[in-house]
Design a protein. Structure first.
Lengths: 105, 411, 175
């Protein structure tokens, strides 16, 4: 089978996305779930760059710009998410997601 | 601009490194030639900066000794000759010692990470050398986003510090590593903010482009270096203070404060791994100094027009040595800061000043398009914009410092 | 097929999969950092060097630190770092869902005709990115700046400990 580079990149990014998804679904540690989400975001970024590199693009820098914004938002997401993890830990001395089921600490 | 007899770029000594390299690799076919050139560059960087590291440790010990009224290392003889010669071979004796020492790994340590930490640290600190222009046309790697590359490669040092602290399975190591990380993260911000004005004024992230922007002479003799502008001077000072902290040098050497933390994250390291950490620290210091020279001190440019006959790499080396001696001088002079003083200094003083300096640079570049009167007026204006907050915040920061209170010691 | 690309793919996916499977949280986090570095290497391979360096600076330099600090701050002893195994049913359903999504995605990718590789590699200089960011995308840049500021303040507020009434001094929070 002769794969296009673009096809290969897309399969690569879907594999990364699914590893993140499986991690998010199968693990119950909050930090690992957040890391899985980060992996999925990275997979999306991979797609942007792959299409920027191989796809037809009217504006030459679109894919690059989108990834830059996406990285910035992902950084914000990680900061807030992990601050939440620390807040949850302070309330119940545990970071298992199943036990974070109280609205009031 | 200058009508020199031989224009500097064509002088023989100036082009000697390239001529020498081309005479070795010139006959190779294209892809191989590129590879061999790259390998030569890597080998040269390792050899030159490895030697510089060795003698820098000696110079540091000698100068510290001089400052503290003792001779410093002076007893290592040259092998077989038994001549002491001011202890000049001390670094090699140190190297042999650290190579032959027993390498102790704690029983419960995370063996792989314990090994990886110094390797990662050293590898990344060597990577940063790739974009520093050591002379005219002497850039190992020409990149469009070179400055960003430099600081991206430097970002991995934090990771190595964490790995060392965690893998040692020693709670003091871990605590010290956390403190070190707090320090490194705090000072990363002013370090990054300090060079943004330079990129703003030069209009490029490439190191060659930044040096190009500092070319030329005002009134025929005054160099156009960024450090000789109000914003550039402020940026340079902020950069050097943050560089001191980033390379764990005194007075910011809390990560390995021997007298209070044993040796911080290095406690469980011995033998050659410890030497690797040491080496990475000095490499980091050299690389940051090289970057400061590139960003603020005109890179490899000569300070005066009539001195341009001296080859560019000599100027770079001279500036580098001056900055490194400055590092040593500071270490000999200042006492160590406490961790809370250290973080407060970063967040409440350096970061605001760096942000103000950023705006200051914008004003500077806006005023540059106007008439001669404004051209002249922008010097005091921009100097005042940095100086007044500096005085106000400095006063506030040092207010109430004078009588030291011992809250946790027995009263 | 280019060898560097295959190598990058192998390292990135391997590190990510191992990270998601390991028990030890610190090892997971460090492997994920390797995986992020692999993604950065892919960006570099594709010719987007600015994005690659930004990825390294943000993920390897900053996000990794937040993650490692969070891991260390949410444990009582060293033994806590080994996460207890999750229930088999949960893992199984996770694999089922993930595998199904992967199948759908790969099927979709392989069955769709995509434009062949361009003859010329697109290049974008830092200057281009700068003018694009400051010109047509200035609003997005401002919004991202606001988001980052709000996220920073929010993270500090969330993670900061409440000052005890008798001491009355705010702790340094955030990190």
């Amino acid at each position: 089978m002769n794969l296009d580079p673009l096809h290969l990149c897309l399969i690569f990014s879907s594999a990364l996305f699914c590893i993140g998804l499986i991690g998010t679904l199968a693990r119950s540690n909050t930090i690992l779930v957040l890391l899985g989400i980060e992996l999925m975001l990275n997979a999306a970024n991979l797609n942007f760059i792959a299409f920027w590199r191989y796809g037809p693009s009217p504006v030459p820098a679109t894919g690059v710009l989108f990834v830059l914004f996406s990285i910035a938002v992902a950084a914000a997401e990680a900061a807030v998410g992990l601050a939440l993890v620390i807040a949850i830990y302070r309330h119940q001395k545990n970071v298992r997601l199943q036990e974070a089921n109280h609205l009031k600490g | 601009m200058i009508a020199a007899v031989i224009s500097p770029p064509d002088a023989f000594l100036e082009r000697a490194p390239q001529l020498l390299r081309d005479s070795v690799t010139g006959f190779l076919p294209e892809p191989w030639r590129w590879l061999v050139n790259a390998l030569i560059a890597i080998g040269l960087i390792l050899a030159i900066f490895g030697t510089l590291f060795a003698f820098l440790t000696l110079a540091e010990r000698k100068i510290l000794g001089r400052v503290q009224n003792r001779p410093g290392p002076n007893r290592t003889p040259i092998p077989f000759l038994n001549i002491r010669f001011f202890g000049l071979v001390q670094p090699f004796a140190d190297g042999v010692k650290s190579l032959t020492k027993e390498d102790i790994v704690p029983r419960d340590a995370d063996k792989l990470l314990h090994f990886l930490a110094p390797v990662v640290l050293l590898a990344f600190s060597i990577l940063t050398f790739a974009v520093i222009p050591f002379g005219r046309n002497l850039v190992p790697l020409e990149l469009d986003a070179a400055v960003l590359y430099f600081f991206a490669a430097g970002a991995a040092t934090e990771l190595a510090v964490f790995m060392a602290g965690w893998a040692s399975h020693n709670k003091y190591s871990l605590l010290a590593a956390m403190r070190a990380l707090a320090q490194l993260i705090s000072y990363e911000l002013p370090l990054l903010l300090a060079w943004v004005p330079v990129v703003m004024m030069a209009g490029t992230l490439s190191t060659t482009g930044i040096i190009e922007a500092q070319a030329g002479w005002k009134f025929g003799f005054f160099p156009h270096w960024f450090v000789f502008t109000p914003w550039g001077f402020a940026g340079f000072v902020i950069f050097m203070i943050s560089a001191l902290a980033e390379s764990n040098r005194s007075p910011f050497d809390i990560p390995e404060a021997e007298s209070e933390l044993i040796a911080g994250h290095l406690t469980e390291y011995s033998g050659f791994k410890y030497a690797l950490f040491f080496m990475a620290e000095y490499f980091g210091m050299i690389a940051l100094s090289g970057m400061a020279i590139t960003l603020f001190l005109g890179g490899w440019r000569a300070p005066l027009p009539f001195l341009e006959f001296i080859p560019s790499y000599v100027w770079f080396g001279a500036k580098l040595i001056v900055l490194l001696l400055g590092f040593i001088w500071i270490r000999a002079t200042f006492p160590r800061l406490r961790i809370d003083q250290l973080t407060r200094f970063a967040w409440k003083f350096l970061v605001p000043i760096a942000l103000i300096n950023l705006g200051n640079t914008a004003i500077w570049s806006l005023l540059s398009n106007h008439s001669a009167a404004l051209q002249l007026a922008r010097w005091p204006i921009c100097a005042a914009i940095v100086l007044i907050p500096f005085l106000v915040m400095g006063r506030k920061l040092s207010a109430g410092v004078a009588p030291r209170t011992y809250r946790y010691a027995a009263s | 097929m280019s060898l560097p690309l295959l190598l990058i793919i192998l390292v990135t996916l391997g590190a990510a999969a191992l990270a998601m499977a390991l028990r030890n949280l610190i090892h997971s986090a460090l492997l994920l950092i390797a995986s992020w570095a692999g993604v950065a290497a892919f960006f570099l391979w594709a010719g987007a060097e600015f994005v690659a360096f930004a990825q390294v600076l943000v993920y390897v330099g900053a996000v990794s630190m937040i993650v490692l600090f969070a891991v260390l701050l949410t444990r009582r002893s060293r033994a806590d770092l080994a996460v207890a195994p999750d229930s088999l049913g949960r893992a199984f359903s996770g694999f089922l869902a993930g595998g199904a999504v992967f199948g759908v995605l790969v099927g979709g990718v392989l069955s769709s005709p995509l434009p062949g590789s361009k003859a010329v590699e697109p290049t974008v200089s830092v200057r281009d990115i700068g003018t694009q960011l400051m010109g047509p995308n200035a609003v997005a840049l401002l919004v991202v700046g606001v988001i980052l500021t709000v996220a920073l303040l929010g993270a500090v507020v969330l993670a900061a400990t409440e000052p005890k009434p008798d001491q009355g001094q705010a702790q340094e929070g955030g990190r």
